[in-house]
Design a protein around this ligand. Structure first.
Ligand SMILES: C[S@@+](CC[C@H](N)C(=O)[O-])C[C@H]1O[C@@H](n2cnc3c(N)ncnc32)[C@H](O)[C@@H]1O
Length: 291
């Protein structure tokens, strides 16, 4: 197997034990650091940072306390000041010197993290890779708002997307107005700077103007601001508070609805770990056949 293929296989199978067995070609761990608050790091993320010879992070995306996990003497680099080439140069050094690098990304690295291009370069360099998932900002905002995003018979899907335009055009069919046609819960990233376009596309897709919206700025940071409005007042709310970055929108009827009772916890529902109550089961069956 070539070095590149070997490293690519490591990407597929990476887990803590596999990573611990990595050869002396170095290792890059992409660490999901959550939405900002340092206590939303996972244990695995904290371990990866503690284990690293080099930590690459961005102060604007993650609170400085995450660096308290870094060992004394670890090299700390600010990714905000680095191009991809400069970051890759660190991975080359890791390959040459057998260094462990922790590359910190905000939220979950799988979402708009620019991680794939780095993972691919690591595979070319023969550097072992591990990815540590993180708490995405959309989960954090749902938690702060105390809303379930999937309410029985109201919304059973969550669409994670962003507004098109600017530097990143959307692939055909992925415009917000297309996704809005589903009428389910949407989490919109990277879209605050164009709140007028966002409102227009949500309405064109068919949501009523009264659809509830949660706007979250710097969720889990000391500056956190959580605003509730509707699609009809989304643009004025964003402009009034001058939000244009670090802002996430949750949109959809699930944000103000209780829906129907979930079947999973109904006493009439049985599964491998729980028996159904007979009377409740009969009642549940009658409900189902009625509907
Ligand atoms: C480059 S994307 C990274 C998303 C990240 N990987 C995640 O899983 O949350 C940056 C966007 O994520 C959202 N975001 C990330 N952290 C946030 C926070 N603490 N509060 C509100 N929105 C946040 C904003 O929409 C921001 O523009």
């Amino acid at each position: 197997m070539s070095e590149a293929a070997d490293a690519a296989a490591a990407v597929d199978t990476a887990d803590t034990s596999a990573a611990a067995d990595a050869p002396a070609r170095g290792r890059v761990t992409f660490v999901g650091a959550g939405p900002g608050a340092s206590d939303l790091l996972t244990f695995r993320a904290a371990r990866a940072i503690a284990d690293a010879d080099v930590v690459i992070w961005a102060a604007s995306l993650v609170q400085a306390e995450v660096l308290e996990h870094a060992r004394e003497g670890a090299e700390i680099l600010d990714s905000a000041r680095m191009s991809l080439e400069q970051v890759v140069a660190v991975y080359e050094r890791a390959a040459a010197e057998g260094l462990k690098v922790a590359r910190i990304h905000s939220g979950d690295p799988a979402l708009w993290g620019g991680t794939q291009e780095q993972i691919d370069r690591c595979a070319e360099l023969g550097v072992a890779v591990e990815v540590v998932p993180g708490v995405s900002s959309f989960s954090a905002v749902a938690a702060i708002a105390q809303r379930e995003l999937t309410i029985p018979e109201v919304a059973q899907s969550v669409i994670l997307t962003r507004l098109g335009g600017g530097k990143t055009p959307m692939p055909p069919g992925e415009e917000v107005r297309e996704f809005a046609r589903h009428g389910t819960t949407m989490a919109l990233f990277l879209s605050a700077a164009r709140s007028g376009q966002l409102t227009q596309e949500l309405l064109e897709g068919g949501y009523p103007t009264s659809t509830p919206v949660v706007i979250a700025y710097q969720a889990t940071w000391p500056e956190e601001l959580i605003l509730r409005c509707t699609i009809g007042t989304l643009e004025e709310t964003v402009k009034e508070h001058r939000l244009w970055k670090h802002t996430l929108f949750l949109v959809g009827p699930a944000l103000s609805s209780s829906g129907t009772r979930s079947h999973l916890y109904h006493p009439g529902h049985f599964h491998g770990f729980r028996k159904a109550d007979r009377a409740a089961r009969a009642e549940l069956r009658a409900q189902r056949s009625g509907s």
